[in-house]
Design a protein around this ligand. Structure first.
Ligand SMILES: N[C@@H](CCC(=O)N[C@@H](CS)C(=O)NCC(=O)O)C(=O)O
Length: 218
């Protein structure tokens, strides 16, 4: 039985690859692990069956035998530990690659998510414009630091790793809604390198197919 992940039945991003099942699909494709997908509606996500898999009623989840996981960082780390291709063999390099997973999720993604929250959910508040400006300043600081670390390297620490997979996924959230990324040419090129990977392309096509299946053909 292949592992099963969950994804939005009706993706709000219309298959743009922003829903977090995309990261897990990409990791599964990188390691060559076939998988099944259970699509869930917004109502089903908050019902007991799904809450049993994900206490916060979100996607994605990951089921493999009697193991059920939630949180993309944990799922990707699990995959990277049990399959070749996403973590280096050397113990120190492996620890550094795992560090980049945490850095992407804990240090780079939060200001990007803050900006999205303001843009999508708080736009009618009197303080929205000011807060948007503030979050963009914070994003710029983080991207400047990341850009200085990356310099002209291809990936964050030697060969492509799960750390790059998560970091590229996080940065991609910006590219769809803001030109900030373009101010950092090496980061824009880094994201493009991630997107060009055949495993990314397969994952993107698979999640887009879910949305396409819902759009009536003309
Ligand atoms: N920290 C979680 C975040 C999961 C998350 O925010 N999922 C979104 C989709 S990308 C979701 O399910 N949103 C619907 C909701 O929260 O009700 C992870 O990385 O897996």
């Amino acid at each position: 039985m292949p592992p099963t992940i969950t994804a939005f039945e009706n993706p709000p991003d219309r298959g743009a690859g922003l829903a977090r099942d995309m990261r897990v699909r990409w990791a599964l494709e990188e390691v060559g692990q076939p998988y099944a997908v259970r699509l869930v509606s917004f109502t089903e996500m908050k019902e007991p069956a799904h809450l049993g898999r994900h206490p916060f009623g979100q996607i994605p989840t990951y089921e493999e035998g009697d193991l059920a996981l939630f949180e993309t960082g944990s799922i990707i780390l699990h995959l990277a530990r049990h399959h070749a291709g996403l973590l280096p063999g050397d113990a120190n390099a492996r620890a550094r690659a795992i560090t980049w997973i945490f850095a992407a999720l804990n240090t780079v993604e939060p200001p990007i998510l803050d900006r999205e929250t303001t843009r999508l959910l708080e736009g009618d508040r009197s303080w929205a414009a000011e807060r948007l400006h503030l979050t963009e300043d914070r994003i710029r600081i983080r991207l400047g630091q990341l850009s200085a670390h990356l310099r002209d390297a291809e990936w964050l620490d030697g060969a492509f790793s799960a750390g790059d997979l998560v970091m590229v996924s996080v940065l991609l959230r910006l590219r769809h809604s803001s030109p900030i990324l373009d101010d950092f040419a090496n980061l824009a090129a880094y994201v493009a390198r991630g997107e060009a990977r055949p495993a990314y392309q397969r994952a993107f096509a698979a999640q887009l197919a879910v949305f396409a299946a819902r759009v009536p053909k003309e």
